[in-house]
Design a protein. Structure first.
Ligand code: FES
Lengths: 518, 86
């Protein structure tokens, strides 16, 4: 889900400049100058109407980078004030996304639109195809009545001139849960009660209007203080930077952190616990089935008394025939906000981040912990977990390397105290989690995995169905759910393309030990 | 005919600023230009270190031409132009 192109380039540039400003001897003033540094006087205006608008938009991006909500800005407050407020801030809040609404202007609202190509033909297939009577022909041109139009696109399909188009709002279209909408005013806004923090809107907006609200200043402040700051790096990071994860550890320490833990270490615990939980759950299902067969055989196939039947049914309800994984933060949010029905099927095992943060805080109770993550959903998980103080994504870590001019490839290797298993290190791509559960079990064949590679309207419907029927497809019993297509390597803040990222992870994995069996 | 020398920066700054896709050149260039082009990856072309110059990363050089905010397309066009001149 990497969002390529200019929009992302400018977001990263802003981050680097914020970090450089922080590291300079006058943070507030340097922060104020960021829009001018990026669009200096006399520079050709690359995208918008004028240089002033460009700077205004860069200012908004800087506000998000400093950790504030762009929507709340009233344009009177200068960036130096924001920088000061960021320095003074003691707490972060749980809104992880913010929309740069000034950038939304370029985007038309979602609708079906008849273009000038309409020939006003006699056949009028569009009118006939529309089941809602939304099309009339006025002055030889089809006109759509917005009130009646249900956006079914039948007219789009039948027009022989391809004259009717669907105008889409990319963020709205990409959101699997309908949490972002362009309202009457033409600005997109996020309904946080629905938002699962999947980050699709960030990646899909061609104007780069959706920003993650950064905690980078809070992290830099912690680094600058005399506190110990520990980075916990997600498994998918192995494919995201030049060099290997041992050089990366050195680089992160050079950037100011005191120590680095692989979250794969926690993934090993997740995989082991999930494997245990899986076999227990499946044993119960098996026991239930056997009981039923026994009863049937013993009673010679006679019908049970009504009461017994009822009691049985109730028990039956409790035996879930499949289990889903629980490590993906986006999926967990989906379950919480939209898919309560599947909750009993979700494993009770905690996420790799949970176990890792627990270990780190136990070993270093005084330390500030920073999770380095590929996605925005982990910000939500970090916020809810008291052992995780801050979350930064790969773009932000990258920006920190750029600002400090750290060359990973020329760093020496530093070992991790605990080496993680091959399977744990593959948690970051689709199929990796199911595979690790399988590998942790003696009876690998007992696992029949079903992989949900990316949450979208279709896969959400599928999950709902499985829960309603208490049955997965093809007799599968372990559903691995990853919110992003490709898995965490497809996270919204990833820096590398998936193919190369996966290859790099596999190289690391091939030099790692197998996960122990339970 | 002298070979065209293409140097792709594989340094951290260039990588972070969007250079990861340039790795595709490793497959594309030999297939397309055979031995007319010599391709190498350089850990840092030292173009990023000047004040503010990181913002023009990723960098690729085609002979002595510096390509800023390089993309696969930009690099291929530059090579084609050079070959046209020869
Ligand atoms: S990292 Fe590319 S020029 Fe320095």
């Amino acid at each position: 889900m990497k969002n390529a192109g200019q929009a992302i380039h400018i977001k990263k540039e802003v981050l680097v400049r914020i970090i450089k400003a922080f590291l300079s001897d006058n943070f507030e003033e340097q922060a104020r100058l960021i829009p001018f540094a990026i669009r200096p006087k006399g520079m050709e205006v690359p995208y918008r109407c004028c240089i002033y608008k460009e700077r205004a938009i860069i200012k908004d991006r800087t506000i998000a980078g400093l950790g504030f909500q762009i929507e709340e800005d009233d344009e009177t407050v200068s960036l130096s004030t924001y920088a000061k407020k960021a320095l003074e801030r003691k707490e972060i809040d749980d809104k992880n996304l913010t929309v740069l609404q000034a950038a939304c202007k370029g985007c038309l609202t979602n609708r079906i639109y008849v273009t000038d190509l309409c020939q006003g033909c006699i056949a009028r297939p569009c009118q006939t195809a529309c089941k809602f009577g939304a099309i009339t022909v006025i002055n030889g041109k089809s006109i759509i009545d917005e009130e009646k139009c249900k956006k079914c696109q039948m007219c789009v399909k039948v027009c022989p001139y391809n004259a009717i188009v669907k105008i889409t709002v990319p963020c709205e279209d990409s959101c699997p849960v309908g949490a972002i909408k362009k309202d009457e005013t033409g600005f997109a806004s996020i309904d946080y009660s629905k938002c699962i923090n999947c980050g699709r809107c960030i990646a899909s907006c061609p104007f780069g209007a959706v920003h993650e609200k950064s905690q980078i200043i809070d992290i830099l402040k912690a680094i600058k203080s005399d506190k110990k700051v520990i980075a916990m790096i997600a498994p998918s990071i192995a494919g995201q930077f030049p060099g290997n994860i041992y050089q990366l550890k050195t680089a992160i320490i050079q950037a100011g952190f005191d120590d680095v833990y692989e979250v794969a270490q926690g993934a090993d615990i997740t995989a082991t616990n999930e494997a245990k939980e899986f076999s227990e759950r499946m044993k119960e299902v098996q026991a239930k089935n056997n009981e039923w067969i026994d009863a049937w055989v013993n009673e010679g196939g006679y019908a049970e008394s009504e009461q017994e039947e009822k009691a049985d049914e109730k028990q039956e309800e409790e035996k879930k025939t499949f289990m889903t994984t629980s490590c993906c933060a986006g999926y967990n949010q989906l379950v919480k906000k939209h898919l309560q029905d599947i909750k009993p099927y979700v494993s009770d095992t905690k996420t790799p981040l949970y176990y890792t943060a627990e270990i780190v805080k136990k070993e270093h109770p005084e330390a500030v912990t920073v999770f380095v993550s590929p996605c925005v959903a982990k910000r939500a998980e970090g916020f809810d977990n008291e052992n995780v103080d801050y979350v930064m994504n790969y773009e932000e870590l990258g920006a920190l390397f750029v600002a400090k001019k750290i060359e990973i490839m020329s760093c020496d290797e530093t070992k991790y105290v605990t080496e993680s298993s091959k399977q744990a290190r593959c948690f970051g791509y689709s199929g990796g989690v199911a595979d690790s559960v399988k590998s942790a079990l003696r009876d690998e064949k007992s696992v029949k995995p079903f992989v949900i590679n990316g949450l979208n309207k279709e896969s959400i419907r599928q999950l709902k169905q499985f829960a309603a029927k208490n049955e997965c497809e093809d007799g599968c019993n372990l559903i691995e759910v990853m919110c992003c297509e490709g898995g965490c390597i497809g996270g919204n803040a990833s820096l590398n393309n998936q193919k190369t990222a996966k290859k790099l992870i596999d190289t690391l994995a091939s030099n790692s030990e197998d996960i122990p069996k339970i | 005919m002298t070979k065209i020398s293409v140097k792709v920066c594989v340094g951290t700054t260039c990588f972070v600023m969007g250079g990861s896709d340039l790795m595709e050149l490793k497959d594309i260039i030999p297939a397309r230009y055979k031995d007319k082009v010599e391709l190498s990856g350089i850990p840092c072309l030292e173009l990023c270190s000047k004040q503010g110059e990181f913002s023009q990363a990723p960098y690729v050089t085609v002979d002595d031409e510096i390509i800023t905010q390089a993309t696969v397309d930009k690099v291929l066009t530059a090579i084609d132009n050079k070959l046209g001149e020869q």
